[in-house]
Design a protein around this ligand. Structure first.
Ligand SMILES: Cc1cc2nc3c(=O)[nH]c(=O)nc-3n(C[C@H](O)[C@H](O)[C@H](O)COP(=O)(O)OP(=O)(O)OC[C@H]3O[C@@H](n4cnc5c(N)ncnc54)[C@H](O)[C@@H]3O)c2cc1C
Length: 511
């Protein structure tokens, strides 16, 4: 051990990279199955395996469970629920199927995966709603209508992301066969002499000890890659201009490590160019690196580019606004609004008090939150042309009064406050700067209908499964998401992977 420690130190001093596979494991542990990642997908898979009594090792780099879901809104796309029926909403798997296929279609690309969409829309009630309900998870009364959906089907869990994850984690913990190993980073899959998968090599972060978790079956559930700027940029859609600055708004460890691990043993990556990035990225005031962003907006604002001009119907969702944003000079815009709209400024995951203290009354935010008593002074503060901004705001106010957005058709276009705006006229005025926000992955490790990982020849890699955002949610979104499909898709693929792995283990046990 001492020799290896010295060798490692030597390698680090020399700046050498030591390939994970070359490190000898100092310890070994044997289980029936290893699940990598204790996010919603990993927990869903673990629950299935626990029901069958398999010995599961859950490997998690963080010191706690939950992953990205804990910072999420906890909202799920589900079809045919009691909440919909109680609200008088008529929905069906066929209506939902058509919505998924229409919204995510990509004439120049592959679009949504038909089989998985069929499964999701047919089974979301049973696989997601009924299952969560059975775990004690409940939903708010009125499902919300999100873009691309014909009817409201965005169901918010009471207690948001934590309200979703905690009961599931407790249910997994109840099983004596499930063990969680926190603070362990999965490095690489291990193969035996016969080429068969035998487990995963990890690094225990507190002391850098290398531990091999041995099992004939491994489920990777490490999340997406939107937290890895290099990957986001290198897989950027070839038909879209690459913005100068992209803020990171994904889960903390959604860095694509599972993609690398799977790819190293021959897994195929698919649809990596389908990225669900937001046009509403606000630099996080609490992040000193300036790289992390928050999803934020005011539904009363207009968005102006560096020339001080509007460029899009601001009420549209990111499928429409994002491509327009990245065409603008510098890939940025200022959201302009007045004091009457300040109270409705929204930052995802933040309370009203946090927004006031953390944004409007915070020295750190001065760089991207400007205010002034007149539009002209606001323009100067934001580095815009006073004449252009004054003209834009005047023109907008006239359109609000006449009830007709002759430039982009926003007023009265849809059923949200965005399309019922008020005039920008009450001082002080505000301008908040926005950038593209990398958020969720819709492409990833290729899997079949049993969540078996496929290689370049589309053959399953024996013993290897993947679930959740790592798989781009099995391609259910295609090029655009109806929202709520990430948590929903993570649960679905997690459960499918867990059941398929259990079935494979059961056959191995049968004499
Ligand atoms: C702010 C925010 C709000 C969101 N709101 C919603 C919403 O309301 N509805 C919706 O549908 N979607 C939402 N999403 C997306 C959704 O939360 C994620 O897609 C989903 O939680 C992904 O689950 P997962 O289990 O696949 O991955 P994750 O939750 O990312 O879990 C992966 C786990 O693996 C661990 N891990 C990663 N690499 C390693 C490694 N090498 N070794 C060991 N462990 C590792 C991570 O620490 C993590 O715990 C939101 C996302 C964000 C960022």
């Amino acid at each position: 051990m001492k020799t290896m420690g010295r060798a490692l130190l030597f390698a680090i001093i020399l700046g050498m990279v030591v390939p994970a596979a070359m490190l000898a494991a100092e310890k070994e542990q044997r289980h029936d199955v290893v699940v990598v990642g204790a996010g919603i997908a990993g927990l869903s898979a673990t629950w299935e395996l626990a029901q069958k009594g398999f010995a599961v090792a859950v490997i998690e780099i963080q010191p706690l469970y939950g992953g990205t879901a804990t910072m999420s809104e906890g909202a799920l796309c589900i079809v045919g629920t009691p909440e919909q029926a109680n609200a008088g909403i008529v929905d069906s798997p066929q209506i939902a199927f058509n919505d998924f296929m229409t919204y995510g279609s990509d004439p120049g690309g592959s679009g949504p995966d038909v089989e998985w969409v069929r499964f999701y829309t047919n089974e979301s009630r049973r696989e997601i709603y009924d299952w969560l309900f059975g775990l004690g998870i409940h939903f708010e009364k009125n499902p919300v209508l999100m873009p691309g959906n014909s009817v409201p089907r965005w169901h918010k869990v009471i207690g948001k992301g934590r309200g979703l994850v905690e009961p599931l984690y407790r249910a997994c913990k109840q099983s004596s066969t499930v063990q969680f190993f926190y603070g362990h980073k999965a490095l690489s899959l291990i193969k035996g002499k016969d080429g068969q998968l035998t487990g995963i090599r990890t690094q225990r972060l507190k002391d850098n000890v290398s531990i091999d978790y041995l099992a004939p079956v491994v489920i990777l559930a490490t999340g997406g890659f939107q937290g890895n700027r290099k990957m986001v940029q290198s897989y950027w859609h070839e038909k879209q201009p690459l913005p100068e600055r992209i803020l990171t708004g994904a889960g903390i460890n959604a860095t694509g490590s599972g993609h690398d691990i799977a790819q190293a043993i021959g897994a195929r990556l698919v649809n990596m160019q389908y990225q669900w990035n937001y046009s509403t990225g606000l630099q996080s005031p609490s992040d000193i690196t300036g790289s992390r962003g928050l999803n934020a907006f005011s539904q009363q604002s207009i968005w102006v580019n560096k020339a001080g001009r509007r460029f899009v119907n601001e009420s549209q969702d990111t499928k429409v606004t994002f491509p327009e944003l990245i065409k603008q000079p510098g890939g940025t815009y200022w959201a302009v609004f007045d004091s009457a709209a300040r109270n409705s400024f929204f930052v995802s995951g933040w309370s009203r008090e946090s927004i006031e203290e953390g944004l409007f009354n915070n020295q750190q935010s001065r760089q991207f939150v400007k205010s002034a008593p007149t539009i002209s002074e606001l323009a100067v503060a934001a580095g815009l042309s006073p004449q252009a901004l004054t003209e834009t705001v005047r023109g907008w106010n006239d359109m609000v009064t006449s009830g007709n957005d002759t430039d982009f058709g926003r007023i009265n276009c849809c059923r949200t406050p965005w399309s019922n705006p008020t005039r920008i006229e009450r001082a002080p005025f505000y301008a908040v700067q926005f950038f593209p926000l990398a958020r969720k992955s819709m492409g990833g490790v290729s899997i079949d209908r049993s969540c078996r990982v496929l290689d370049d020849s589309r053959r399953p890699i024996p013993g290897l499964y993947a679930a959740g955002e790592l798989t781009g949610l099995a391609g259910i979104n295609g090029k655009a998401s109806l929202e709520g499909t990430f948590l929903g898709g993570s649960i679905m693929t997690g459960r499918v992977a867990g059941r398929a792995a259990a079935a494979e283990l059961a056959t191995q046990r049968t004499p």
